[in-house]
Design a protein around this ligand. Sequence first.
Ligand code: G4F
Length: 320
Amino acid sequence: MKTALITGVAGQDGLLLSKFLLSKGYRVVGLERSGNAAILDRIRDILDQIILVRGSIQDQSLLVRLLEEYDPCEVYNLAAHSFVPSSWGQAILTGEINALGVTRILEAIRSVNPKIRFYQASSSEVFGNAVETPQNENTPFRPRSPYGVAKAYGHSITVNYREMFGLYAVSGILYNHESPFRGLEFVTRKISLGAVNIKLGKARELRLGNLEARRDWGYAGDYVQAMWLMLQQSKAEDYVIGTGEIHSVREFCEIAFARLGLDYREYVIVDPRFYRPNEDTLLVADASKAHRQLGWRPSVNFCELVEMMVDADWMALSHS
Ligand code: G4F
């Protein structure tokens, strides 16, 4: 039986990747920093199927002990401070976890078992104020938040350990990926849940930032498969993963509210508090390398994704 270690296991991607690997017969060891009940609640369905360890990727000796004790053949580093705007208020912590945390894991792998295959969750935010659209694996990094800067470090140190020490270490540059398990701070889940609350009479309005902001949104279930595929190749390489399509926050609202028979224009209020500076650049993926080499393609389109999220929130709330 193969063993995989997943850091950040209680996040959206940690849950979906765990389910995917369990279905493939892996033993899953999950590392989770937070003891927060709401966060752990997300993985309640798989708690009896995985080995859950509480701790942080900042703890070097814990990382070494985990690799020695469980002997994983694959390590997926999904642990991160993931909300971009709040990285400005936690710039140092974001660097400690999203940047240096990656080196800590790579060092542990190098010292315990250099044959372990390593996946680093890189992000489209490394392109930031991108020099070209769409972006591919050769597009220069121009991050513009502490989050993006730290992810750029995590990406580059992974490439460096691959080239310097011959590790099988890859960075997946993932664009926005969503699901019913998405955190409530992200705009997609804020909208799906907000619309359902309005339909149920529990809220009267939904306050959002820039409705014209556009993103390349895909289904997270597809993206965790890409992570796994990246570790099954004969050669370690980095890949851009996204749909190649962009849609606006406004379009997301339109479909989400319409799913519930509502017109978003009657409920959505634009609130400057949620506006972000410097969002002129279009971040959109050129995932042709992943199509060609991994045989990876998204299976859920934008409209299906929005409706999946609204339906899940509706099922959960209208029956509670
Ligand atoms: O959902 P968001 O907060 O996601 P964001 O910042 O794009 O980051 C996500 O995707 C990145 C790429 O994969 C990851 F690296 C990162 O960890 C995270 O998973 O915002 C999406 C868009 C932005 O343009 C934002 O300005 O929605 C716009 N937006 C408009 N109104 C809003 C709101 N975002 C939030 N969170 N809340 C609003 O009210």
